[in-house]
Design a protein around this ligand. Structure first.
Ligand code: HXC
Length: 296
């Protein structure tokens, strides 16, 4: 595995809660946020998966705790967010990585099947954001910069940028996730200094998404048509998450000396910290796959 290009302490003191953080892409994000200094809380439906992920994180020295819970249940969301706050004393980063998926032609999909994926991916993401809000809110810029507004990262996809065979439910669900990202970035960025962004992974090797969608067998053939001639690794997605959660993507004050004066036509508008400017975007990490087409 390639070494991280980021300094290991860039998320020091931060606390991250990840839904679906016990396996696949979610686990790799947990691991990398932890390796860069964050304490990690994982929420997942399968207790053994959560327990095993927490043990693995602890074995490399990352403070971690796990909670069994289903993002479709508001009580579970509230309990897990509150328990995370009680355990670590703060919450800075929420990553919504829980997702459901299966391949099915639209005519064979029941409305309950459609709703199930919408409930996990879209409603679940919104519910988690809602429950986390009070903990992510700014604690008072200028008094204690370390408690300034947190950040949310929603894991999306590129399926809905065009149309994707047998993925009507997931495409609709991820389109909704992207809308949630933009709307919360607008409202909560304005009101609470909370940045909300997404990451849209392309084909990522060794994931449930690839095996469930039957893409592993065709990956090598597909690679020849892709701009970078390769599928991605979970690490690629995790590095995007580290970037968004860090000083580079956002605001993690280190000292009052970092304050800069924003002025317009010579008039001081406000004092603020540098950074904190990536908000409301969904970063596509797919090697250019979704926009590629054969050479003429
Ligand atoms: C048709 C299906 C189906 C299938 C379930 N359903 N699987 N319909 N084909 N293969 C229907 C059921 O018939 C039912 O509708 C409804 O969906 C609910 O099914 P349940 O099994 O009761 O739901 P549940 O146990 O909650 O399971 C949720 C799930 C499951 C989404 C169906 O696959 C799951 O839990 N997955 C979680 C893990 C996962 O999928 N991770 C991969 C994410 S990858 P009826 O009408 O019969 O009641 C990813 C990548 C996206 O997201 C991007 C890819 C490029």
């Amino acid at each position: 595995m390639v070494e991280s290009p980021f300094k290991p302490e860039i998320l020091r003191g931060k606390v991250a809660l990840l839904t679906g953080g016990g396996s696949g892409i979610g686990y790799e994000i947990s691991l990398q946020l932890g390796k860069h200094g964050a304490s990690i809380a994982i929420m997942g439906r399968r207790k053994h998966v959560v327990d095993s992920a927490v043990s693995s994180l602890k074995s490399v020295g990352i403070p971690a705790i796990g909670f069994e819970g289903d993002v479709r249940k508001r009580d579970d969301a509230a309990r897990v967010v509150e328990s995370t706050f009680k355990h670590f004393g703060r919450l800075d980063i929420l990553v919504n990585a829980a997702a459901g998926n299966f391949l099915v032609p639209s005519e064979d999909l029941s409305s309950n099947g459609f709703r199930t994926v919408m409930d996990i991916d879209s409603v679940g993401t919104f519910t988690m954001c809602l429950e986390a809000l009070k903990y992510l809110k700014k604690g008072g810029l200028g008094k204690d910069p370390s408690t300034a507004g947190g950040t949310i990262i929603n894991i999306s996809a590129t399926l809905h940028y065009t149309a994707t065979w047998y993925q009507i439910h997931v495409s609709a669900a991820k389109a909704a996730v992207d809308s949630i990202t933009r709307n919360l970035a607008l409202e909560w960025g304005t009101d609470y200094d909370i940045r909300v962004n997404g990451i849209a992974p392309g084909p990522i090797g060794d994931t449930a998404g690839m095996s469930k969608l039957g893409l592993e067998g065709i990956a090598s053939e597909a690679m020849e048509k892709m701009p970078l001639f390769k599928v991605g690794e979970k690490w690629d997605i995790a590095m995007a998450a580290v970037y968004i959660a860090s000083d580079a993507g956002g605001f993690f004050a280190t000292a009052y000396g970092d304050l800069v004066c924003n002025s317009y036509k010579g008039l001081v508008q406000e004092w603020s910290y540098p950074g904190k400017y990536v908000n409301g975007t969904t970063l596509v990490v797919d090697g250019g796959e979704w926009l590629s087409k054969p050479r003429h």
